[in-house]
Design a protein around this ligand. Structure first.
Ligand code: ADP
Ligand code: MG
Length: 403
């Protein structure tokens, strides 16, 4: 078992070894050389959970971990892609985008092609190899990293990259996940994977899609604790929470006819009209509305370098997700508690949809290993599960370059 915090410099630029492995795999699978490399990062959300589908605010950071593809465009419309992690192929013709739902990872590749072509663009095929080091199925959005990297491969490979803005790539890849793969995610994951920037968090207004880079305080670092607990409840609970938010809006519209989403409701208005709502729906709305307010407060605190305040808001966010939104779990609560009690930690919260996956802590730079040691020491005693811990700096969003 590995007790060491993972390398901070796992980015593709800094990690020659991983990139060389991709090039070697390409040469092993095909004759000739690849022409392009496309990478896209996973993400961790600092604060603003379950706000994206309520037209609200989120504040994610792009990870140093990413999914990378090396590819060579083809003359025809065949796509052949080999996955290093799955040791398997996906192959299809763009003109015959039949859905193969038994081929999980290949489905994302098809979905991205489907989404871009549905908008009237013509794509050409490619030969490629793909590899990622974003933990899969852990709430760090390896799926968005995969989709955005694939979009980069298609757009550059087909010579139409200039026809898309960053937000348009995010929207096209979100549509792939929603409508082709069939996962009802918001826009945050794809958006940060495209538009993240080194040493910055990204404030996204999920209604207007306006976005602002917010510098990360230089003395802060992020430690992510993977609970390694199953997220099996997550998707049904996610749909249920979305329905409860919609019911909350419909009910509040009786008194507040101008609101379109929970984004438009203040805490004061919610308190005033509380009696209209069933207790459970009130709690769900209370989380979303206060979470939006916490995101904006976090941005203010980051601007003044007030890390203690940022940490406090993150910990309040966890409490709200646990008590009002009810999407935490025994394992996430245990992880967050260990993090919060650790010297050098300003605050911690679950990140992602909840029920399992990861928690994120804001820590003083240089304290990453101390926090990791505390997690490896205390978390297994509370849960009987061996966790994983990753340190990350805020990193750049997706890039494609010519080899
Ligand atoms: P998350 O986005 O939280 O990591 P998801 O279940 O949404 O979890 O997406 C995980 C899926 O994305 C994997 O099951 C796989 O199909 C695909 N995926 C992620 N990373 C890779 C990779 N490196 N190679 C191939 N497919 C990947
Ligand atoms: Mg995902």
């Amino acid at each position: 078992m590995n007790n060491n915090i993972d390398e901070i410099t796992e980015s593709i630029a800094g990690s020659g070894k991983r990139f060389q492995m991709l090039l070697d795999a390409f040469h092993e699978k095909y004759t000739g050389d690849p022409i392009y490399a496309a990478f896209a990062p996973g993400r961790v959300n600092l604060i603003g959970e379950h706000t994206d589908y309520n037209d609200g605010f989120v504040l994610p950071v792009a990870l140093t971990r990413n999914v990378c593809i090396v590819l060579r465009p083809r003359e025809d419309d065949t796509v052949r892609l080999y996955s290093a992690e799955y040791n398997s192929w996906t192959e299809f013709k763009l003109s015959e985008l039949e859905d193969e739902r038994n081929q999980a990872w290949g489905n994302y590749v098809r979905g991205v092609a489907w989404s871009i072509m549905q908008q009237g663009h013509k794509l050409t095929g490619f030969d490629g190899v793909i590899s990622g080091n974003v933990p899969r199925g852990s709430g760090l959005s390896s799926s968005a990293a995969l989709e955005v990297a694939v979009a980069g491969a298609f757009l550059y490979g087909s010579g139409i990259n200039n026809e898309f803005t960053g937000p348009e790539v995010a929207q096209a890849t979100q549509r792939a996940e929603n409508e082709y793969v069939g996962v009802n995610c918001g826009i945050m994951d794809q958006f940060i994977s495209v538009l993240g920037a080194k040493d910055h968090a990204l404030l996204i207004d999920c209604r207007s899609l306006e976005y602002t880079l917010i510098p990360m305080p230089t003395d802060a670092s992020l430690v992510i604790g993977n609970t390694k607990a199953s997220r099996s409840l997550a998707s049904s609970a996610y749909n249920e929470r979305r329905a409860q938010c919609e019911l909350g809006v419909a009910t509040l519209q009786q008194k507040l006819p101008n609101i379109r989403a929970l984004r438009d409701v203040t805490s004061a208005q919610l308190a005033e009209h509380r009696s209209l709502l069933e207790p459970l729906v009130y709690q769900r709305c209370h989380h979303v509305i206060t979470e939006n307010e916490r995101v904006l407060a976090t941005v203010q605190a980051m601007k003044t370098g007030d890390l203690a305040r940022v940490g406090e808001l993150m910990s309040q966010s966890h409490q709200s997700l646990r008590d009002d939104y009810a999407v935490s779990s025994k394992e996430l609560d245990a992880m967050v508690e260990v993090m919060q009690n650790c010297p050098g930690c300003y605050g911690a919260r679950l990140t992602g949809a909840g029920f399992g996956g990861c928690a994120v802590a804001l820590v003083t730079q240089g304290q990453e290993q101390v926090v990791a040691d505390a997690i490896f020491n205390a978390y297994p005693k509370k849960t009987d599960i061996w966790p994983e811990v990753y340190a990350t700096q805020a990193s750049d969003g997706a890039r494609v370059w010519t080899l």
